[in-house]
Design a protein around this ligand. Structure first.
Ligand code: HEM
Length: 424
């Protein structure tokens, strides 16, 4: 039964098949008719779809908390609805002031300068993943989506050859339908594997420091002290979860769109420098992280709606990114759009810590695919999208044919043996 205190009440479930089929149209209608509204799905939550509402909520941490509040029902990741069964994630599940020193520690290894230092690693994996398909002339182009996972796992000093297992855990939790067999496998088997493996790695790195992200967090100071294993694990699991799926989602959607728009694809092939600006537009229209949640901390009026302490609220970055009040012709994809103040990385203090890394990987992936296999033809009848597009949107499978090319890595192995080299 709907609660008369909460209005307007809409029929909406971002995890439904209906939503996966046409979330762009569903959000457009919501923005026009009820930019802040209540749905009874998943025990009830507010849906914020206008740019202004999303902007205000994500900048008001006192009213809309990103923190984990198990006292308001359900245990699990506070920024998803329903809550995903993951470990406590730092810094996203902390509010200020506790949040700040942890975010500072994360920023030190995700700044533009730090990402520049990963340039060689990014190029290596993009080259190597394309090498695995380039000679055949037909492939699943979604293979390149392994790049962000391999880069992230390598950067943390974990074994990059196991990248797929991290994807199966962290990415599946946000892209498979809740209660599907894949989701259950992720929650019951794959995530516990990640937990064991990463915790062992932290213990190992305490004894055998190396030049990697994990060692950085072991040495980082928070309020004048070193972090515990639990705190470091909380950060690493979030970084893995942020790193493995989002950029893959961005690149797979961009590559399919470029196939559907051959004149735009040709522009980027002719002038690869345009890819930087095009990626901003792809972030806006595809919004890889579609929507994340907050918890309301006190009774208040928000955009004329009576939000109450303990209510959950979904902030749709995807919908804000297509709000005509903010963007001219929001449904047109203009690869030269500039300035482009999209909110695909969120807004406010929790704005994505990995935005520079995500963009650096996406640019290199798109540039190399266009340079090395730019005539790819997508079998549109057999592409497979994520079954659930509510939190992350993208493609699992993109069958393509293209003119075969040469491998470029030569004898260099795709997965360098970092882990054993540094003392395992
Ligand atoms: C295209 C790629 C990416 C997209 C679209 C994206 C999207 C987002 C969004 C929307 C948020 C805000 C969450 C909120 O306010 O609730 C966020 C936070 C975050 N992202 Fe990303 N992300 C991407 C890549 C990455 C990568 C590669 C990493 C790995 C370093 C990463 C790590 C994080 C972290 C640690 C946070 C939490 C920041 C905090 O709470 O202060 N992301 N991301």
């Amino acid at each position: 039964m709907s609660d008369p205190q909460r209005c307007p009440v809409i029929h909406f479930d971002h995890h439904s098949t209906e939503h996966a089929k046409d979330h762009v149209a569903i959000y457009r209608k919501l923005r026009e008719e009820a930019p802040v509204a209540w749905t009874e799905a998943h025990a009830g939550y507010w849906v914020l779809s206008s740019y202004q509402a999303v902007f205000e909520a994500s900048r008001d941490d006192d009213l809309f908390s990103s923190g984990r509040h198990d006292e308001y029902g359900g245990h699990g990741l506070s920024v998803t609805i329903p809550k995903a069964p993951t470990a406590f994630h730092i810094p996203i599940e902390l509010d200020p002031p506790e949040f700040r020193p942890y975010r500072k520690a994360v920023n030190q290894v995700t700044s533009p300068a730090a990402v520049d230092r990963l340039d060689g690693t990014i190029k290596h994996y993009v080259t190597g993943f394309i090498d695995t398909i380039i000679e055949k002339g037909e492939a699943d182009l979604a293979v390149v989506a392994g790049v962000p996972a391999a880069v992230t796992i390598d950067w943390l000093g974990l074994d990059p050859a196991q990248y797929r297992q991290y994807v199966d855990a962290m990415h599946t939790l946000v892209s498979a339908a809740p209660d599907s067999p894949e989701y259950r496998h992720a929650a019951e088997t794959a995530v516990p594997w990640v937990s064991r493996t990463v915790r062992e790695h932290i213990a190992h790195r305490r004894e055998h420091p190396a030049d990697d992200g994990t060692t950085h967090f072991i040495n980082a100071e928070v309020d004048g002290r070193r972090m515990t294993d639990d705190e470091i694990y909380s950060i690493l699991e979030l970084v893995i979860s942020g790193g493995v799926g989002t950029t893959a989602s961005l690149v797979t959607q961009s590559l399919v769109w470029l196939y559907r728009n051959p004149d735009q694809r040709q522009r980027l092939i002719d002038d690869p420098a345009m890819v930087d600006v095009a990626v901003e537009e792809f972030l806006r229209v595809f919004s890889p992280t579609q929507a994340l949640a907050r918890t309301v901390m006190r009774d208040a009026d928000f955009h004329g709606c009576p939000v109450r302490k303990g209510d959950r609220a979904l902030l749709s970055w995807a919908s804000a990114n297509r709000d005509a009040a903010q963007f001219d012709n929001p449904d047109d994809v203009d690869i030269t759009r500039w300035p482009n103040r999209h909110v695909a990385f969120g807004l406010g203090i929790h704005r994505c810590a990995g935005s520079h890394l995500g963009k650096a990987m996406a640019r290199e992936m798109i540039r190399q695919v266009l340079a090395r296999m730019g005539d790819y033809v997508v079998d549109l009848n057999n592409v497979v999208t994520y079954p659930d597009q509510g939190t992350n949107a993208g493609y699992h499978t993109i069958p393509v044919t293209f003119t075969p090319g040469e491998r470029l890595l030569g004898d260099t192995p795709l997965f360098p043996d970092h882990y054993t080299r540094s003392g395992a």
